[in-house]
Design a protein around this ligand. Structure first.
Ligand code: ARG
Length: 384
């Protein structure tokens, strides 16, 4: 949190300090028992003021959006997949508070399609649910993407400054996409639907390095709605260089879909890639044959709703047992002699492959269990 003091009377700029520019003073008072870290005129958040606020061990912020899931920035994580390396700290404003709740990650979902421009969100699944900590409420539409916002974090209190022990907060006004783009440089590439800007024209109040991933909220009728995720800015608190935040409302549908995936509505995992083998394989009578695809370029597990699209030409599908075999040999029966004398299988099967590693050689096995009718595997596609 960059909070710089600018008053005509005093030209003291205390680098360590979280100091709010006059007129941007946040509503709640600083904690009464100030442990004396020299926060001059600034505001330290009170315990419980931002109860869903999370500090992540890689040096980012986050918000608890489900008892077992933290929302953060895509640029704070390295990709999608199993990940036990992140520790989330919750329930405190002082990171050294011995009552802090600490929980490790199990899985990270980085926004699909994230490439450094827009889509700066990620979800971190925790090893166990955190109970009795209020959850952040996400903006589902753009109706609160205006006015004055709350920003908070343990990040640097000045450009290039140190990370903070105590949670700092400030308030910044909304800046339109047009004004934000006019700041030039990287700002001109702003992704309207995925990014929202905030800051003072004259600078002086902003988020900064280490605040990334943390929430930006709007207080509506006494409750906070998370409208943003700290993303980037040119330096910190520079005049004419707003803070850029991921626009929660514009990406809500995707964030919610990710949340559903992590919380079991759809089992986790998957890289969404498809692999096809279109080489015909004959299916002689009373014989078992296979066709292989090799999945690559995925990280971690296959999807809980993987698809197997099967096209088999055969004159009596009641003869056939069709099985998907995972790289580790696990077997998933797709078709087991159903269909009687019907011809051909042209069907897409949905299979929970979340316990399988996506990469590797997958086989479609077709066993013909009776005489007289034969056919071939025409083509099949696996989407993991
Ligand atoms: N990218 C920074 C981080 O990783 C956050 C920068 C926010 N900068 C700003 N001027 N608002 O912590």
């Amino acid at each position: 949190m960059k909070l710089a003091l600018r008053t005509a009377a005093r030209l003291v700029l205390v680098a360590l300090a979280g100091v709010l520019v006059a007129g941007a003073v946040a509503a709640a008072p600083a904690q009464a028992s100030d442990p004396g870290t020299n926060v001059v005129g600034g505001t330290r958040a009170a315990l419980g003021e931002f109860p869903w606020m999370v500090r992540l061990s890689m040096g980012c912020g986050g918000s608890l959006v489900h008892p077992q899931v933290v929302l953060t920035a895509a640029h704070c994580v390295s990709g999608t997949g199993n990940n036990t390396s992140i520790t989330a700290t919750l329930g405190v404003v002082d990171l050294q508070d011995s009552t802090a709740i600490k929980v490790n990650s199990t899985y990270v979902l980085q926004a699909p399609g994230y490439n450094g421009t827009g889509k700066d969100w990620a979800l971190i699944k925790l090893a166990s649910p955190v109970n009795n900590v209020p959850l952040a409420t996400l903006a589902t539409d753009g109706s609160n993407d205006n006015g004055t916002f709350n920003i908070m974090g343990w990040g640097a209190a000045s450009e290039g400054g140190a990370q903070q022990r105590y949670l700092l907060k400030a308030q910044v006004p909304f800046i339109s996409d047009a004004t934000c783009k006019a700041a030039g440089g990287s700002y001109s590439g702003l992704v309207d639907a995925e990014e929202i800007c905030a800051g003072l024209t004259q600078g002086g109040v902003d988020t900064c390095q280490g605040d990334s991933g943390g929430p930006m909220t709007k207080t509506v009728n006494g409750t906070q709605i998370q409208v943003g995720i700290v993303s980037w800015g040119e330096g910190c608190a520079r005049p004419g260089k707003p803070g850029v935040y991921s626009q929660v409302s514009g990406m809500y549908t995707n964030i919610k879909a990710g949340l559903d995936q992590l919380t079991g509505t759809v089992p986790p995992g998957g890289c969404g890639k498809s692999f096809t083998n279109g080489t015909d394989v004959n299916i002689p009578d009373n014989t078992t044959v296979t066709s292989t695809v090799t999945a690559s370029g995925c990280s971690g597990a296959a999807s809980g709703s993987s698809k197997v699209e099967v096209h088999i030409v055969h004159t009596y599908i009641g003869d056939l047992i069709v099985t998907l075999i995972a790289p580790d040999g696990s077997r998933y029966v797709l078709h087991n002699r159903a269909g009687g004398s019907a011809d051909n299988i042209n069907q897409t099967y949905t299979v929970n492959l979340s316990s399988e590693t996506a990469n590797g050689a997958w086989k479609l096995e077709v066993a013909d269990k009776a005489s007289a009718d034969t056919g071939k595997i025409d083509t099949w596609t696996l989407t993991v």
